[in-house]
Design a protein around this ligand. Sequence first.
Ligand code: GAP
Length: 445
Amino acid sequence: MEKIVALSKRRGFIFQSSEIYGGLASTYDYGHYGTLLKNNVKAEWWRSVVQERDDVVGLDAAILMHPKTWEASGHLESFSDPLVQCNGKCKKRWREDHLQEDLGEGEELRCPECGGELSDPREFNLMFETFMGPVQDDQARVYLRPETAQGIFVNFKNVMQTARKKPPFGIAQIGKAFRNEITPGHFIFRTREFEQMEIEFFVPPDEAEKWFKHWLKERERWYSDLGIRPDYLRMREHGKEELSHYSTGTSDVEYLFPIGWSELEGVANRTDYDLSRHAEFSGEKLEYFDQQSGERYVPYVIEPSAGADRATLAFFVDAYDEEEIEGRKRTVLRLHPRLAPVKASVLPLVSKDGLSEIAKDVYAEIRKVCPSEFDEGGSIGRRYRRQDEIGTPFGITIDYQTKDDQTVTLRDRDSLEQERVASAELPELLDKKWKEDWQPPKLNQ
Ligand code: GAP
């Protein structure tokens, strides 16, 4: 993980938030390449679950919601973690369930930092509170949403009617969520402000099991199609004691992060819990009524819920590779071209003799079809290394031969093979290459 954090900072993917003030704990800002990478992750998710399906539509709900939402959803009552505090020297706070997991059932818990005695656990609610308007009283109390899902449930009727959908159909949303985590950490794996990519898929109750399996398969496939090594992915079913208050069944898609197997995404059967509760608290009927058959029911919900930051971290970690080429170490991000922040770099061999001008013309054409970069600073070797470290899959070099026959070299980031192609053909060739022709390479690490 240290290598990932160092590369993130060195190349401008991710920075510590408010660094000039000493940083805000477990809060991060995305730099240029990090923003492009995370945007690509979100765009690929949207392409796969909305654009390429007829049964899912989109939504972008507000972060602040009516406070009754959180009573109905059960978050005010149950969205908490067991907090213990060290009564010894360090006074640190811990999640009791995490300590127990690490130690095994029945073992006496002590503070992992200083070995001190721990307090009795108390339930700590993870929702961030704030106040709406100038008066800070109970009437004005609102919450930063801890999951995007509730914005979907409260819009169920609006969307079903306006999108002219009937179950089975889903609503997808990407947006920020906030949790006052007791123990955030491991870089962007667990933070207090993060982005979720969630689908609430509404189904007839007797089809819930079928759709649960469908979404598990679909979501696992999405990660491996985008290059995650299949043997670094696994499914894990939650035990009864782990289930959230709304779920009758949840399976996690897990990834083998440097910290060990950890949750990447959860797929849950939320039954009719949320729609029934919101109907009860709001007085609105939230059900499906089929006018032709007279059938009426509250749909069950299958929820694939992913973290955009956590997925970005998994793609980043999975793509990180090091190798030795002619005695020199090369660090390379072998990202799927669809995720790579920059698809092609245009590099004049030298910046004199008119090569720079030719390269700028090539660059002007390339950038019309894919995000690309022009770079003429430093030796060609250093420029390649920089592009390898940000994961640029294709490198185009303009050399003296280009002046004679208008061809350029096209370098493949992973195989390092170079081919000579006509510069006029580059836009079409690259457009095809970054979208279709890619097989994950074997990693050295
Ligand atoms: N609506 C269901 C829900 O929110 P969750 O398992 O609590 O379920 C779903 O969260 C996903 O959101 C997780 O699998 C993870 O990818 C991401 N996530 C949750 N808490 C996070 C945190 N503190 N930091 C970063 N990502 C988080």
